[in-house]
Design a protein around this ligand. Structure first.
Ligand code: 5GP
Ligand code: MN
Length: 361
């Protein structure tokens, strides 16, 4: 009543009818038609899978399985131990360990292949190559990275969104309504949103995102428990490795505005390293007030993995593309270096200086 008297009532009505997220309705209808009959579907995520890749893939799998489809989730390599509790994660096939060739069998029979949280098949390495062999299945992209590759029949590419999980929520709701968001699906999606937004601390925190989270919360999911499962479930080795990395390995450039850290295989062994143990380390230098950019170099079999983070206008997606065979988002990107750790670090220092000379950092 008060609203209509002070003139804000029409605005209020407009707000109630607000479409949660403006995703392309034509694409939604194409996907609806594609899924009108039961199909064999394979959902694929990127190498070094994170909470967003896993959560959004499993949520879509759960929703489509409940609607009569035969769904297989495959990832190129294993994911960190602190994500192993996610509902249905035990059903994911890890392509690298797939001695029974279940992935190839599913890909051979697939009518539809969905790529989630990746902008190109190259992001899934050998699994991407296996996907490329199936030239008849319809290919669907559901992703929030910049510069999506060509070759997809139906594309949902929204680089402005915080997470693929939020996009997946929007696609699921557009297809089947909010009733499709069960508590299990909500848990899977919440993991993706929580991890890709740094527990709601990074950019792209829109009202629409919080409306989606309100729906997820309404299913009864245990938000503190999900937080604890992911962020308070590490090993003692990780805590010690973190202390060592910050204390002994963090170096700064440009008067303390750019940081980098590195971990060799020997250092990782010293702290009983398990996959994912250094996840998030790269963010820590950005807790220093004047820090604009941070890098973490981690030794892997045959190359050094590069992780980059930045604040504000410093664009690490461009930096990763230019200097480290990678990409990602403006403030969070990654890549690979195929030279020694010393050469990788020197290349980073030279690249930072070049970027600085162009006024980009
Ligand atoms: P992270 O540092 O957490 O591994 O990755 C940060 C972001 O960069 C993620 O969005 C991830 O998808 C992207 N990214 C990481 N590594 C690569 C890479 O080798 N190539 C590309 N194109 N993107 C990457
Ligand atoms: Mn993501």
């Amino acid at each position: 009543m008060a609203e209509s008297q002070n003139g804000s009532f029409p605005f209020f009505v407009f707000f109630c009818n607000f479409v949660p997220m403006n995703i392309d309705k034509e694409r939604v209808e194409e996907l609806r038609n594609l899924l009108a009959e039961p199909k064999n579907i394979v959902i694929v995520g990127h190498t070094n899978p994170d909470g967003d890749a896993i959560g959004s893939s499993l949520a879509l799998a759960e929703v489509l399985t409940a609607r009569g489809h035969q769904v297989t989730c495959a990832l190129p390599n294993n994911y960190p131990y602190y994500l192993r509790w996610i509902p249905n994660s035990e059903n994911i096939i890890i392509y690298r360990n797939d001695e029974e060739h279940r992935t190839e069998k599913a890909l051979d029979e697939a009518d539809v292949i969905v790529c989630a949280d990746m902008n190109s098949l190259t992001r899934a390495d050998a699994l991407g190559e296996a996907v490329a062999k199936n030239t008849t299945a319809k290919r669907v992209l559901i992703d929030h990275h910049l510069y999506p590759a060509e070759g997809f029949d139906i594309m949902f590419s929204y680089p402005d969104l915080s997470s693929t999980a939020f996009l997946m929520y929007s696609v699921i709701v557009a297809l089947y309504g909010k009733e499709a968001i069960t508590e299990k699906v909500a848990t899977q999606l919440y993991v993706g949103i929580m991890t890709d937004t740094g527990n709601f601390a990074f950019s792209a925190l829109t009202p629409e995102l919080f409306e989606a989270v309100a729906v997820l919360s309404g299913t009864g999911i245990d938000i503190p428990q999900i937080y604890n499962n992911v962020y308070n479930s590490f090993t003692e080795g990780r805590a010690k490795l973190f202390g060592y990395t910050i204390n002994r390995k963090m170096k700064t450039l440009l008067g303390g505005r750019v940081a980098y850290m590195s971990l060799t295989e020997e250092e990782m062994r010293r702290y009983w390293f398990q996959q994912g143990d250094n996840e998030g380390f790269v963010n820590y230098p950005l807790s220093i007030k004047k820090m604009k950019m941070s890098a973490m170099f981690t030794a892997q079999a045959g190359f050094n993995r590069v992780s980059l983070r930045s604040r504000g206008n410093v664009d690490v997606d461009t930096f990763a593309r230019r200097y480290f065979n990678g990409g990602g988002h403006k403030n969070a990107a990654g890549g690979k270096s195929f030279v020694s750790m010393e050469e990788t670090i020197q290349h980073y220092i030279d690249s930072v200086n070049e970027y600085h000379a162009e006024g980009l950092v």
